[in-house]
Design a binder for this molecule. Structure first.
Ligand SMILES: Cc1cc2nc3c(=O)[nH]c(=O)nc-3n(C[C@H](O)[C@H](O)[C@H](O)COP(=O)(O)O)c2cc1C
Length: 187
């Protein structure tokens, strides 16, 4: 059976570099044989987590919808910005909500591949380290391959394709490792 991956960018900015990068990575994963559902977190807006809010109203509809999406997929493909050396609050807030209720059941044991894009020289590498740790805490297995795209303002052409073949090869490596590891674990 085909491996199903859920993919999103942890930036909802319309001109986001990570939005561009996740589209490239999603195509690489399709080329590696996966079926990819690329979603936009703008469609899964959630309030800032507050325990009183959860106690009063339960999980937001967007959280429940995302939990169902995770339940129906084998793995996660994620591209994240770096904010002051870590991943942005959007990612933490979204997955913290998703982890509530029985949400961890839909996260734990899944495989993840991570990427980042930044206008800086190291491409969000520190954010990838923190993202890896956070996803591990949620029970996901993150493949060792990862790709940070530096100077992201100059990394894509007008069609959103990566200009540097070596960077594209790094993205392909993440996609192939993610699909291959997910397949092996399922077998
Ligand atoms: C609060 C904040 C902190 C940032 N800190 C970093 C940083 O530590 N390292 C870095 O490379 N870029 C940093 N940046 C710049 C982001 O990489 C840049 O805004 C990038 O375009 C965000 O990703 P996006 O294009 O996908 O929205 C920061 C941006 C913001 C708003």
């Amino acid at each position: 059976m085909t491996i199903k991956l859920l993919a999103f960018s942890a930036s909802t900015r319309l001109a986001s570099y990570n939005r561009k990068l996740i589209a490239v990575a999603a195509q690489a994963a399709r080329d590696a044989g996966a079926e990819v559902t690329l979603i936009d977190l703008l469609d899964y807006d959630m309030p800032l987590y507050n325990g009183d809010l959860e106690a009063r109203d339960g999980l937001p509809a967007s959280t429940q919808a995302l939990q169902q999406l995770f339940a129906g997929h084998d793995g996660l493909l994620l591209s994240t910005p770096e904010y002051n050396g870590l991943f942005p609050p959007l990612l933490k807030n979204t997955l913290d909500w998703v982890s509530r209720g029985n949400g961890l059941d839909h996260l734990a044991g899944k495989v993840a591949g991570i990427l980042s894009a930044s206008p800086g020289r190291v491409g969000g590498l520190r954010s990838l380290m923190a993202t890896r740790q956070y996803l591990n805490n949620l029970g996901l297995l993150v493949v060792p391959q990862q790709q940070a795209v530096s100077e992201a303002g100059h990394a894509f052409d007008e069609q959103g394709l990566l200009l540097d073949a070596r960077v594209q090869a790094g993205v392909n490596n993440v996609a192939v490792a993610l699909v291959g590891t997910t397949q092996k674990l399922r077998d």
